[in-house]
Design a binder for this molecule. Structure first.
Ligand code: AR6
Length: 368
């Protein structure tokens, strides 16, 4: 941008001193649909009364430009953003901006916002038409404030509204893991709908096709919109225990990490346990590989796939604890998003085993 800005200034400097660029400028104006009759090398405003400074030319033209309506200027800028001027498009905008007395900063800004506005015009998250890659890139490059215009629902929950885990002293003995105060700040239980979370990534409990389904998968696809399915189609399914990432589209989350949990028929065996742990581990790995620092998990496999929630909670907590022990610098927050009251209870009861409080005096004494 610095380079572009200095190029803009050099272009300004040339304008009043030489006659050569003027026909080109005029052509640019005409191409933009602006009737700028007075802007000729021999006109009293420029050519016949040579400017002694770059400013003078700018000011004279600017005064004349007051006659132009804002609508004409907007139309000209719009035309320019359609690429009609090819590589010279931005120079044309600058010349036009100068002619209209617009500051260079404003012109440079218009280059940026004009492009975004043009893209925004094409983004329709309720339609499967359009290019998912372009839409995804567009949304990922927006600031969070700008991305909010595209959320399907006006209701969203910011990370700052979700409290970190506070271990309760005395309620966590005997524990399975060592106390680590830093990790407590990286863990939360959130009771509610995962599709409302404005964080880097939410995890989807999907199926092997990745083409949508019921439960949390259905909810995520509904809010994200049809572009999500289009991107999922390009992934060609997902093995049980693996994870794949897509954009979030109409969701407040930037990314969706799709994982496929094991289906449990009857008793939970080693295979199901390992597969469930892989879901959590591979989802976290996918998050960190994509610089997603806040991640929310639903209770994978515990709905339609029939994994008993009171057993699944241990695989979830152990895997997240072990991943955080090894990669705490890559993650700011891991949220266990519990939807049902019984899941909330399970997590509240079991979290102290994996993220324990400091031992109480009684516990310390009993060890002596
Ligand atoms: N937010 C958070 N959690 C939710 C939400 C929500 N909006 N909706 C449901 N849950 P399930 P699975 C909880 O059945 O067992 C789909 O058809 C729910 O209460 O969604 O892994 C897929 O396509 C439960 O605790 O996923 C697969 O075919 C948890 O999410 C299959 O279901 C998981 O329940 C996957 O089954």
């Amino acid at each position: 941008m610095a380079l572009q800005t200095s190029a803009l200034f050099s272009y300004f400097k040339v304008l009043p001193r030489t006659a050569a660029p003027l026909p080109r400028v005029r052509a640019d104006f005409q191409a933009a649909g602006v009737k700028f009759k007075h802007l000729t090398p021999g006109s009293p405003q420029l050519g016949a009364k040579p400017a002694t400074s770059p400013d003078r030319g700018h000011v004279t033209v600017a005064r004349r430009a007051e006659k132009f309506s804002a609508a004409a200027a907007a139309a000209a800028l719009r035309k320019s953003s359609q690429g009609k001027w090819g590589r010279r498009g931005w120079l044309g905008k600058v010349a036009l901006g100068a002619a209209l007395g617009v500051s260079t900063v404003a012109v440079v800004q218009s280059l940026h916002t004009g492009t975004l506005a043009a893209m925004a015009h094409e983004v329709n998250l309720n339609s499967a038409k359009g290019n998912w890659k372009e839409t995804k890139d567009f949304l990922l490059n927006l600031s969070v404030e700008k991305r909010r215009h595209y959320y399907k629902s006006p209701k969203f929950v910011q990370l700052s509204e979700i409290p970190a885990w506070t271990p309760t002293a005395g309620g966590s003995e005997p524990t399975l893991y060592q106390r680590n105060e830093k990790l407590d700040q990286k863990i939360s239980i959130y009771n509610g709908d995962i599709t409302t979370l404005e964080i880097d990534a939410i995890v989807n409990a999907a199926n092997n096709t990745l083409l949508g389904g019921g439960g949390v998968d259905g909810a995520i696809h509904r809010v994200a919109g049809p572009m999500l399915k289009k991107e999922c189609e390009s992934l060609h399914g997902c093995e049980t225990g693996e994870a794949k990432i897509t954009g979030g589209y109409g969701l407040p989350a930037k990314y969706v990490i799709h994982t496929v949990g094991p289906i449990v028929h009857g008793r939970v065996g080693e295979q199901e346990k390992t597969a469930l742990r892989s879901c959590y581990k591979n989802s976290l790995k996918t998050a960190t590989e994509n610089a997603a620092r806040s991640v929310a998990f639903p209770c994978i496999s515990t709905g339609i796939y029939g994994y008993p929630p009171e057993q699944a909670v241990h695989e979830a907590l152990a895997t997240v604890r072990e991943y955080l022990d090894a990669h705490h610098d890559k993650l700011d927050r891991v949220i266990f998003c519990v939807f049902l009251p019984k899941d909330k209870k399970e997590y509240e009861q079991n979290l102290p085993l994996y993220f324990p409080a400091a031992p109480t005096e009684a516990a310390l004494k009993s060890k002596l």
